[in-house]
Design a protein around this ligand. Structure first.
Ligand code: NAD
Ligand code: WQD
Length: 339
């Protein structure tokens, strides 16, 4: 069974391609390399011992996408391809809407035309905004999105629900919390371009001496140590959830619309300082930091209730924060050795 993986050379996509290959799926990747590098393909092949098919083009190019569907018996899609930088999305809103939504619609047009089902969408905990109660389960009301990026995720979810209902298709909306870590082989990981916005890449680059000091954005939040709390989920666990979600869709015999929604997190909240301490204890490397003002638009606390994924998909994240951060450090050493 061939599965189209868009953005399959990116951070979460590459880990998921390995898990799909390990589960004997044939994988067809489309990635325009706008936020990834070609060597990841070779590393995927080395880890999995199998070759995915790879097409380097932009999903907005409908005519090229059509050729992929002509050439392969695609029976499902995991759609990772999107722009994901929250700050940049405010500066380039139209580029974000165009890339994240036109790509999605182009794939759905092919699905519709060829009567294909089984579509998995990379959504985000960002759709909940600052939820009123913790932990966040799938019935927690969505708030108005705080960024254009967040809006593209909310709109993507709406488009897919309408697609499922309108054409009796099976879809899964996976709301990731904060993905971290790298493959245990240290051959796949996150490749931030320029100065990282996200916490873990910044911590790692500070430890490596690439950045001078970590700025901790705010220590006056109403949390135990005053720093903001998130649910950091190990990327390999996250990748495995995609395989479980895909199998669940494929094995669902319904000929009616199926709309699965799952929160993918650990269920545990960790503060910014918890992350710094866990990194230091996992690696023995110090992370110099300074306390700064809060970052605009940041929420105080977000962690998942991921019981639904455990109950329905048999999936659970069991990797500790320390274990995950250790893999980020090994990946950073590999990246440094390549430069
Ligand atoms: P990433 O940037 O590493 O991967 C995305 C990949 O898609 C990149 O390889 C990029 O080159 C490719 N791409 C982008 N636009 C494309 C286009 N038009 N045509 C072809 N390829 C294109 O990002 P990631 O962290 O792996 O995230 C994957 C998905 O998960 C994204 O949809 C993101 O919004 C979502 N997500 C990420 C996080 C996170 O913190 N990393 C959290 C929640 C949701
Ligand atoms: C985590 C915590 C920061 C950097 C973002 C997106 C969200 C989702 C996940 C895609 C916060 C603090 C960070 C630094 C710091 N992505 N921090 N110093 O903000 O939870 O969410 O990624 O869907 O949409 O907004 O993640 O890693 O940026 O920050 O103190 O240098 O670390 O203030 O409390 P965030 P993050």
């Amino acid at each position: 069974m061939a599965i189209l993986v868009t953005g399959g050379l990116g951070y979460i996509g590459s880990h998921t391609v390995v898990e799909l290959l390990n589960n004997d799926f044939e994988v067809v990747i489309v990635d325009d390399l706008s936020n990834s590098e070609k060597f990841i393909l070779k590393n995927i092949e080395e880890i999995a011992g199998k070759k995915p098919v790879f097409y380097p083009f932009d999903l907005k190019r409908k005519e090229l996408l059509e050729q992929v569907f002509e050439a392969h018996p695609i029976e499902g899609c995991i759609n990772f391809a999107a722009y994901k930088a929250v700050g940049e999305s405010q500066e380039k809103p139209i580029d974000y809407y165009e890339n994240n939504l036109f790509s999605l619609i182009n794939i759905l047009q092919e699905f519709k035309k060829r009567n294909i089902s089984n579509f998995i969408f990379s959504s985000s905990c960002t759709v909940y905004g600052q939820a009123d109660t913790m932990p966040i389960d799938e019935n927690t009301p969505l708030k108005a999105a705080e960024s254009v990026y967040g809006k593209t995720k909310q709109m993507g979810e709406e488009i897919l629900k309408d697609f499922a209902v309108g054409y009796q298709k099976k879809i899964s909306l996976l709301r990731y919390f904060n993905p971290i870590g790298a493959h245990p082989s240290a051959r796949l990981g996150e490749l931030p371009i320029g100065i990282p916005n996200n916490l873990v890449p910044y911590v790692v680059q500070t430890a490596a001496g690439i950045r001078e000091i970590l700025s901790v954005w705010g220590d006056d939040y109403p949390t135990e140590d005053g720093t903001a709390v998130r649910d950091y989920i190990y990327v390999v666990d996250l990748a495995k959830a995609h395989v479980a979600a895909l199998k669940s869709l494929i094995n669902n015999p319904s000929d009616k619309a199926v709309i699965d929604v799952y929160n993918l997190g650990t269920g545990k909240g960790s503060s910014v300082l918890d992350v710094v301490k866990a990194f230091e204890s996992a690696t023995g490397v110090k992370v110099p930091y300074q306390i700064c003002d809060r970052r605009e638009g940041d929420i105080t606390v977000a962690y998942a209730n991921a019981d639904k994924a455990e109950k329905e998909l048999g999936w659970k994240s069991d990797t500790t924060l320390e274990e995950a951060l250790k893999t980020s450090w090994e990946w950073q050493k590999y990246v440094t050795s390549r430069n």
